[in-house]
Design a protein around this ligand. Sequence first.
Ligand code: ZN
Length: 510
Amino acid sequence: MAKPSVISPIRHKVTRRFYEPLLLLHALSPIRGERIKSEILPDNSESNHIQLRRSFTNAIAYICAYQKGPDHVTAAALEKTSQGVVVWLSANASVEEGVVTFLEEILACVYRVVEQDSVEALHQEASLATQKLASMIVEFQAPRLTVYRAEIIKSFILPCQELMTDYVKSNGSRERDKSALEVNKLQQWLKKYFGDDTGGSTEPSLFDLSKACYDVRHTQYMKTISMFAGQGRTRHEAFERLYKLLGKLGKPLKSSKTLTEAATKLAQDFAQGFTVKTVPSSVPQPLPFRGKKEATIESIVHRMFSDPSKKTEFMDRLTSLVSREGEEMDSFLQRERATKTKVHAELLLIDHFERNSYNFLGQGEKYIGCSKPACYLCHMYITQHLSRYTIPASHNKVYVGWRPPDVYVREPSASTLLRVQERILLRMINLVREDLTSEIKSRNMRLPYHTDSTTGITTTLESMRLAQTDTPSIAYSGDLERSTPSLLELNEDAELMTSEDEDDQGGVSI
Ligand SMILES: [Zn+2]
């Protein structure tokens, strides 16, 4: 049934109060703190099933987002029906037909595992399926994987290899120097898969590359890279990015394993098979401002405070922060007013499930998987939603071109739906204002830009830093196998997480 297309607007008074402080917050500091991780479930058999359903949903969202870029951010949710599982997909832009066909083929492969009734046949089919799914996913994800490979070759191989060569030169002559040996091994591995600094190599296939990156995820190679990525080290950012990109390249293999693992362990859930359906994307809309007097610093501050002394205090702080840029700030806000809004993929699905009162597959758990952690506003919207959806991971970035799910003029329950949206927005207005006030009080510097994807290295590196009381010595005594801890051993108790591991824990991904 086609939706009536005229959007019923939320009261201007409310949207203005929402977007005005949001614009200012975005101008001052578009990243609202560190990434928020998804909830970690307790370790028991019930939560193992919940975790598996989540990982399965995330893997589906991830494999469908075959290209980088905001339009391809994809969300997935599993509906339980009497005819089987409906896999719902939505994306920031429309879900392409090719994505649906691809997912149908993937799920047919998954279902062949579910259908097996003997344990032996099940495991045999699962093993075949894992291999088949891996190559299907790598092939479909080629546009994304090619970009990652090119980024490594173009920007990171040369500086990282140079630095490692220097390291080996200055440490390699030491007797029994394990670390120089490990660094050298890593150099050979990188050369094999990404070429040397002249770009010369017989280029491995994307599948071989993806598999190689998956295979090294828990090895000394990754530990060595994370050692070079340590705080304060020369070119540590290049190594940190290399670490993340290798994790991303290995992700198709991890996804294929997740899909078949779910097929073997959730056979009851999947017994009746799958159908793929999509939710249409939203139509871009201008921000709801009228006239030039809205969304100026003056108007924002005026509407935020009824108490004149608080208003003056806030304004003083703000001008001290942006004194020389005050005018620039206003013209920045004016430019930002041209941003078009969209309903993000995960909210499209929440809205669709709400309107139709669909049942989620996991009893009691309302879970939306996404190919990327939620943005600042989606995370806030889901947290404030009365229906208690599972709180997703978040990269905490503010996107001004965000809007809550649309309500249409002709729909029967339009006024109730609008009331619900307004209620959530009013709560969000308070939170955005609080955030803006504390931002100005703290006078924080802007956080350095981080990419939206969730990768494990920051956590890992933080734990390494915590473990280091002094600057570790690069020298080794060399006379005992377990002498002073080498740099390579420092973080061994902190299990290295690759991006896909962390992605398993929430509605997240690349
Ligand atoms: Zn969002």
